[in-house]
Design a protein around this ligand. Structure first.
Ligand SMILES: Cc1cc2nc3c(=O)[nH]c(=O)nc-3n(C[C@H](O)[C@H](O)[C@H](O)COP(=O)(O)OP(=O)(O)OC[C@H]3O[C@@H](n4cnc5c(N)ncnc54)[C@H](O)[C@@H]3O)c2cc1C
Length: 430
């Protein structure tokens, strides 16, 4: 089974609210024959498109090969949250890598948000909006979040997090499901597909070539490397892999370290006065299988929740409606106008996996649900690495991403067991 086609039609965006409101989804031709390039990029999500943009801006000949359409993958389907920091907190990173690397990694994450903001400013329909609220289920989580926010202010100079008590949280979110929260004013949310489409247009304007409906079937290492598709091949001095959850077994060293999982979103009908949020912020709660939501400019609730670990998506409306109604029981009668899923990649530690599987092949993936900013940054960082500036690639690669136990054969059953256990803890409230 190939995840590129398991739940989707060839070359078609999923039936998302994002696809329904996309700006500039121009079609591009597939690869034909043999093409020579300085860099061949596989995958036209944030990772691949940002790499292409930054390489083309430096004058390199770049060809991007995309199995479906630009922004077709997780980049065109996600919750749009441009979160702060790395995926794991600074305490975890400092304990493993020491203070110097931890500071560098925080800086990279801050620059990642700034990069998305700067890029989005020139892109139609990206709708950058500041503010991501975190909602907590247990008093101990509120305490831990307060301590962490204080530490970020003291040791990292990050003073954007505003604590919210129980009633402020209820007032902001329009629900009493949470005991407290915080608002990260330095984080933001965007229209994710329009960000990807804008990146594609910017990369082409800088000189990159993007070819769609071109699935890469094999990567033959060498100097130069050959990237083979059904209808042609690209011979390139460097290769960048930006395939994330859809990588399959294209590169075994990466495949052993990241693992695809599915996540789902629904969009309600426009809710008018019943729209629950009192401010245009995005929200994520503290469940292991996280619920996240926000409102669209036309007053729909976009609610994400539920996860699956198999090839095929479940009944998405049923999967997401359940957690949505736990938070907002008043929406029991609200019509669901759009429901879609996407596949992302996680690593065993939940750190992103930056790897150089061959001397001239670079890969970044496994952002573990924290890729809107970091994948965009990863593209820039890999572009830097190709022209010899490797400091940022090297520090990202020091974040530990061991192989999944059992390799690609057993990673799936082991993960399903572990995830099911944590999801059960969510349901039991422990
Ligand atoms: C439902 C959902 C909600 C999410 N919410 C958030 C959020 O709110 N905030 C956040 O930070 N992150 C979120 N994420 C994660 C985020 O979307 C990803 O981390 C990010 O988009 C990864 O970008 P990417 O370019 O690496 O991968 P993708 O966008 O998945 O792009 C990979 C591309 O590679 C192509 N490809 C793969 N294999 C081949 C091949 N062999 N040949 C040619 N092309 C190939 C695919 O077709 C695809 O277009 C979410 C993900 C999902 C699915």
């Amino acid at each position: 089974m190939n995840l590129l086609y398991a739940n989707d039609r060839r070359g078609e965006y999923p039936p998302s609210w994002y696809a329904a409101t996309a700006v500039g989804a121009a079609e591009r031709p597939p690869l034909r024959g043999t093409v020579r390039a300085d860099v061949c990029v596989v995958g036209a999500g944030y990772t691949g498109l940002s790499a292409a943009l930054h390489l083309a801006q430096r004058g390199l000949r770049v060809v991007v090969l995309e199995a479906h359409r630009a922004g077709w993958g997780a980049s065109g389907r996600n919750g749009g949250q441009v979160g702060s920091g790395q995926r794991l907190d600074q305490d975890w990173i400092e304990a493993r890598l020491g203070r110097e690397d931890a500071r560098h990694l925080w800086q990279i994450a801050e620059e990642a948000k700034a990069l998305v903001r700067r890029l989005a400013a020139d892109m139609p329909g990206t709708d950058w909006r500041p503010g991501v609220a975190h909602a907590f289920l247990h008093p101990s989580e509120v305490e831990a979040a307060r301590r962490y926010a204080d530490r970020l202010a003291r040791d990292y100079g990050y003073e954007q997090i505003v604590p919210l008590d129980g009633s402020e949280t209820a007032e902001l979110l329009g629900t009493r499901a949470y005991v407290g929260g915080e608002l990260d004013q330095g984080a933001a949310h965007v229209h994710p597909l329009n960000l990807a489409l804008g990146l594609a247009v910017a990369a082409e304007a800088a000189g990159a070539t993007i070819l769609e409906r071109t699935e890469v079937l094999a990567l033959e290492p060498g100097q130069p490397a050959t990237v083979r598709a059904q209808t042609g091949q690209v011979v390139a001095d460097h290769v960048i892999l930006g395939c994330n959850g859809y990588l399959g077994r294209l590169e075994p060293q990466v495949a052993a370290r990241v693992m695809p999982i599915n996540n789902f979103i629904v969009a309600t009908e426009p809710l008018g006065a019943d729209a629950p949020l009192s401010q245009p912020v995005a929200v994520a709660d503290s469940r292991f299988v996280v619920n996240y939501w926000r409102q669209t400019p036309d007053g729909r609730l976009l609610f994400g929740g539920g996860e699956s670990y198999g090839w095929r998506f479940p009944d998405i409306v049923a999967t997401v409606r359940k957690p949505m109604l736990k938070v907002y029981p008043q929406l029991a009668e609200a019509r669901i106008d759009h429901a879609w899923g996407g596949t992302l990649a996680i690593s065993p530690t939940r750190n992103p996996c930056f790897l150089r599987p061959q001397p001239n092949v670079l890969s970044a993936s496994g952002y573990s649900g924290h890729g809107v900013a970091l994948a965009t940054m990863a593209g820039q960082i890999m572009a830097e690495a190709i022209i010899g500036q490797t400091a940022r690639f090297d520090v990202m690669a020091r974040l530990p991403t061991p192989r999944f136990p059992g390799g690609t054969l057993l990673r799936h059953p082991v993960l399903v067991l572990a995830m099911t256990w944590f999801a059960l803890r969510d349901r039991l409230g422990i």
